[in-house]
Design a protein around this ligand. Structure first.
Ligand code: SF4
Length: 473
């Protein structure tokens, strides 16, 4: 059975896309590490990268070329100062040289050495190959970015098992029914079962520290988005909306840090319509930061990174002014587990399943997590996740210009609002009245993904991407 940690689902990285930015970045790092293990790294004389399928069709808009260059330069997406991104890439482009693995200079012209190959490889729509010339001979390695920053090697049979963390969970979970069984058996809420699994691979102190880091990154991301004015990069001239929304919503309370800001919002009188605006504002803020190559948490992907922080902020500033780290911890543990159920039973890759796999899954994760915090039973948590996904089924991925901006940014606001609504509906639902269990909707999503025309799977060859032209924007 495949075991996925919450920290595999919620990863700190750089925007705009987990499958097209974080995945290729990690693949480049992994390739370098393989070259080092086989003692070939120091002898590399030249390198080329081929991007296939969706990575080539929307790679430019998703900054895949940037990710490849940064990964090949030995930079870490979790720690690189975001202000260094443009200058590092500019340096490579201007000088046709990169600092390979951060260790030695190698000739590299991104225009000719990164090949956008429209061909699809059979295993997955997001394929890439790295070729090194070593002692005059070519050595090629293929990788696949399968969504949410996960990367696997070519071997199809082993791909599903090819994860870095070995499965040692005491409560292995593939399906919602199994999760409910453990909750019953242990008489614990979902967050506690997930915590027991996490504790089998790291201490609770480490879990708390990492969850705190994840929340700090989410909060900072919302804060930056709400306080940054102007247009987004990429050529669509999309105006950042979180700034204006936030300006109209915020009261007069002074603050000088993200944490003080949370208290300032709690002190602001919020009317019903403003709740919708606040939640939308939080979600837009994250995805505007994401679209401008800022630091976000993949949840479960970068394109859908705004839903979970927006719903968690909703809980902290609207629902429960006494909300604290314990609530944040429970929320993230439940969200991560629900995301992993979708990943195991369907997909979190838009190149495989369209936007239902991104915004749909993030909305389900947030809906379930919020339901537990609002006092829902484990059954109601899964009902909330099911409702949220049920109403995203069939959602296509059709980003205009291949940029993670339209419709992506707004979709996060919609996904967050649907998550809150799903949680409220679930809290009023008795388990005996449930007609569509979570596992059925996971399966339905996967079947829908398989039926979906390729042009709606992150290729920018259908939907809004062809209905609206760049010149219209
Ligand atoms: S349309 Fe949805 S799935 Fe596609 S890039 Fe945008 S957010 Fe991601």
């Amino acid at each position: 059975m495949e075991c996925i940690s919450v920290f595999d689902m919620l990863k700190i990285g750089i925007g705009p896309s987990s499958s097209h930015t974080l995945g290729p970045w990690r693949a480049a790092e992994r390739w370098i590490s393989e070259l080092k293990t086989s003692q070939k790294f120091q002898n590399v004389q030249a390198i080329t990268v081929n991007l296939y399928g969706s990575l080539s069709l929307t790679g430019k808009g998703h900054a895949t070329d940037y990710a490849i260059m940064l990964g090949l330069s030995g930079k870490d997406p979790e720690t690189i100062p975001t202000v260094d991104i443009e200058s590092t890439v500019k340096n490579i482009k201007d000088n046709h040289t990169l600092n390979f693995g951060g260790e030695f200079q190698l000739k590299f012209n991104p225009k000719t050495d990164i090949i956008f190959n429209r061909k699809f490889l059979p295993f997955h729509a997001n394929g890439m190959s790295f070729t090194a010339v070593i002692n005059g001979k070519k050595l090629t390695s293929k990788f696949y970015s399968i969504g949410g920053g996960f990367v696997v090697k070519e071997e199809r049979k082993n791909a599903k098992k090819n994860y870095e963390i070995k499965c040692t969970f005491p409560y292995p979970i593939d399906k919602g029914t199994e999760l409910l069984q453990y909750c019953k058996q242990l008489n614990k809420p979902i967050s506690q079962v997930v915590l027991e699994n996490e504790k089998s691979i790291r201490t609770e102190t480490e879990i708390n520290a990492q969850l705190q880091r994840i929340w700090d990154t989410m909060l900072e991301c919302i804060y930056i988005g709400c306080h940054t004015e102007g247009n987004l990069p990429g050529g669509l001239n999309v105006r950042r909306r979180a700034y204006d929304l936030h300006k109209n919503l915020k009261g007069n309370k002074p603050y000088s840090s993200p944490v003080e800001w949370v208290y300032a919002i709690r002190d602001t009188e919020v009317k019903f319509r403003q709740i919708l605006k606040w939640v939308s504002c939080f979600a837009l803020a994250v995805n505007e930061v994401n679209a401008s190559l800022g630091r976000v948490v993949t949840a479960p992907t970068n394109g859908s990174a705004g839903v979970i922080p927006a719903v968690l902020m909703y809980y902290l500033v609207i629902e429960n002014h006494d909300g604290n780290f314990e609530d944040i911890k429970r929320f993230l543990l439940v969200a991560g587990e629900i995301g992993s159920i979708f990943k195991k039973g369907a997909t979190i890759s838009a190149a495989m399943g369209g936007c239902q796999a991104e915004i749909g899954v993030s909305s389900a994760m947030a809906a379930g997590a919020l339901t537990e915090l609002l006092g829902g039973t484990p059954e109601q948590v899964l009902v909330a996740a099911e409702i949220a996904m049920e109403h995203h089924l069939g959602l296509t991925c059709d980003p205009i210009g291949g940029l993670v901006q339209i419709p992506c940014i707004e979709r996060n606001a919609m996904g967050a609002i649907k998550a809150i609504n799903a949680a409220e509906l679930a809290l009023d639902t008795s388990p005996e009245n449930v007609k569509v269990p979570l596992d059925k909707v996971v399966n339905t999503m996967w079947e829908t993904a398989k039926d979906m025309n390729t042009k709606y799977k992150e290729t920018s060859e259908g939907g809004l991407a062809i209905g609206v032209h760049l010149s219209d924007c």
